[in-house]
Write a protein that binds this ligand. Sequence first.
Ligand code: ZN
Ligand code: ZN
Length: 119
Amino acid sequence: MTGAKMIGCINHPNVEAMGRCRQCSKPVCKQCGFATPEGMYCSEFCQAKHQDFMKRTVDADVDLNKRQKRNFRQKMSALVTFVVIVAVLILGAGLLSIFVHIPYLSYWTITVRSFLGLM
Ligand SMILES: [Zn+2]
Ligand SMILES: [Zn+2]
């Protein structure tokens, strides 16, 4: 074997491959492979398979987009729920401190403050 860099065709090892099939990446010569606008293929079967694969990839991308949008909406509604819960908690704590805590708490603070003031 001379020319270590030469890649032989899958069907004709002595003929230099023109390129590799886009689907199965087998090296093929001019005679075996055929070129299309999107690249080389070793057979029509591989071309069909690759185009089907590409189509499915695009479909998957569209699905991913939809899923990301749905995720975003879910996150937004989760955020809104969180904000509402926090607001309710703050309001509840405020109301609770008005009706329950503050009379006792302020009485206690005044006692402590006056006690400290006397010291
Ligand atoms: Zn192929
Ligand atoms: Zn060949």
